[in-house]
Design a binder for this molecule. Structure first.
Ligand SMILES: *[C@@H]1O[C@H](CO)[C@@H](O)[C@H](O)[C@H]1NC(C)=O
Ligand SMILES: *[C@@H]1O[C@H](CO)[C@@H](O)[C@H](O)[C@H]1NC(C)=O
Length: 186
């Protein structure tokens, strides 16, 4: 993911996500692409996105520079955030694990809070109208297409029903397992 074009607002979000242990490079020959939390606040241009539920549990981010959106995957949720107003004008898709997935996860001895939910771990732009999202599905991974409308007047952000498929080889079962993914062709 390139940092070019990310606004300060989304940098803050990324900071919250991943840079908590970041230390500034002391070597001046290596230009910094990251700002400290303090530096961001001192720019007075930062806003925080908390999400309507007060917690995010963020695991995955995908920047669509062409559309000026930041797609963020968390626990049972995918958000579409505007790079101009990260705390306003956002949309979400709620995609929880099913009752039976949660029950089977519990029977396997997994933790209800930290493991038996659908943690979104994979987000890719699939084609001009759809995102591909995959989540752990309470230790039963699945993938789905999310329809994404183009431009402000057509702001669709909606899960395609009946399209959950092929999760097992494409997404980790365990939400704490780190993963990286790429989409080749389809
Ligand atoms: C940010 O705001 C603080 C307090 O309001 C002010 O002292 C500071 O100069 C501002 N910084 C910038 C870069 O505008
Ligand atoms: C994108 O892929 C989805 C899922 O296969 C399909 O339903 C949709 O028609 C495709 N859109 C375009 C613009 O090709």
């Amino acid at each position: 993911m390139t940092l070019a074009g990310i606004t300060v607002a989304s940098l803050l979000l990324l900071y919250v996500l991943t840079l908590q242990h970041f230390r500034c490079s002391e070597n001046p020959r290596h230009p910094r692409l990251r700002l400290s939390h303090k530096e961001l606040w001192e720019l007075n241009r930062s806003t925080v996105f908390h999400g309507p539920r007060g917690f995010l549990d963020l695991q995955t981010v995908f920047l669509d520079e062409y559309q000026d959106r930041l797609f963020v995957g968390g626990r049972d949720l995918v958000y579409s955030l505007s790079l101009d107003h990260i705390a306003k004008d956002y949309q979400e898709v709620y995609w929880p694990a099913t009752k039976s997935q949660i029950e089977e996860c519990r029977i396997k001895g997994k933790d209800l809070m930290s493991e038996c939910a659908n943690f979104i771990r994979v987000l890719h732009s699939y084609n001009r109208s759809h995102l591909l999202a995959c989540g752990t599905g309470a230790f039963d991974p699945g993938c789905a297409f999310i329809r994404v409308g183009r431009w402000a007047e057509n702001r669709i952000f909606k899960m395609e029903s009946q399209q959950v498929e092929f999760g097992r080889n494409n997404c980790p079962f365990d939400p704490s397992k780190s993963c990286a993914s790429t989409l080749v062709g389809k």
